[in-house]
Structures are given as C-alpha cells and as structure tokens.
Design a protein around this ligand. Structure first.
Ligand SMILES: [Zn+2]
Length: 149
C-alpha cells in the first residue's frame, strides 16, 4: 500500500509472529514501549480476521509477561488510536497498537532510571521525549526477547 508508514517501513521488527510485527518505540519514556503493527494493510480493528485477532491475544499475554519479568512493569496500557492517519487526506490508517508498560515505582535498567510520573493516570502524550542510543535500545529489545520467545 502506497503512502502507508507501516507498509513502507524499512526498519526490521525485533520480534514478529505470523500476523504482527513488534518494533521498539523511539520514545522510551515508558521503558519497553513498543509499536505492534499488523503485517498486512488493514485500516480498522473490525477488518482483522479471527486468526489475526487470536494471534494478537497471544501476543498481549506474552508482551505483558515479558514487560513484567524484564523490567518490573506494574501494568500495560494498550492503545489503538491511529489519529495520525487522519491528519491528511486521503486517510490511510493501518492497524497498530502502542503497548506502554506502566510502573508504580522507579525502574533501573542498564544504568538509567525510568520514573513513571503519571502512574495511575493517563500516560504522557508527548512523543519522543526520551530518546536513547541504538546500543541502549538493543539492550531493551534483548531483555524483552528473553521472555517473548
Ligand atoms: Zn499499511
């Protein structure tokens, strides 16, 4: 699909299933925040097949377990908003989710401290306010992968 950020993505997912690709988000305000994108072009949740939905459910269970074991996440916010796709016409949404681990207490990982200032409330909506080196991002991916497999 032309003009679709997810169909034209050049970055490789760090983990994938039969129907979904998992990418680490640029913004790591919430340690382990990812983007989970359907691996075909579909514009809304009702367009998912039963098999894609079932695969998503298994990923949700695996991701929640991985974020809790890897980083001590307290809970996970799952959002499927796709508002960006409606900023310009022609509208061209592609189903994707933003799993954001949330933390009741500050977390230390690889020498950095992550504090979820808004725990118990809506997450901080400002994007890309905590960027990390590629090396640090690889370490986060590796830690999640230990528990996603
Ligand atoms: Zn697409």
């Amino acid at each position: 699909m032309q003009n679709c950020d997810y169909c034209s993505v050049e970055k490789l997912p760090f983990w994938k299933t039969k129907h979904w690709n998992l990418f680490l988000s640029k913004d790591q305000t919430y340690l382990g925040r990812c983007v989970l994108a359907l691996n075909r072009h579909a514009g809304s949740i009702p367009e998912l097949s039963q098999e894609e939905w079932a695969d998503l459910f298994e990923i949700m269970k695996k991701f929640e377990n991985a974020a809790k074991k890897a980083f001590g996440a307290t809970s996970i916010n799952w959002t499927c908003l796709m508002n960006h796709a409606y900023k310009l016409k022609p509208y061209n949404p592609h189903v994707h989710w933003h799993p954001r681990p949330r933390y009741a207490q500050p977390i230390e990982f690889s020498g950095e401290t992550f504090t979820d200032e808004k725990f118990g409330r809506h997450y901080e909506a400002i994007d890309a306010n905590r960027k990390l080196s590629d090396e640090f991002r690889k370490a986060i991916e590796s830690e999640l992968l230990k528990y996603l497999r």
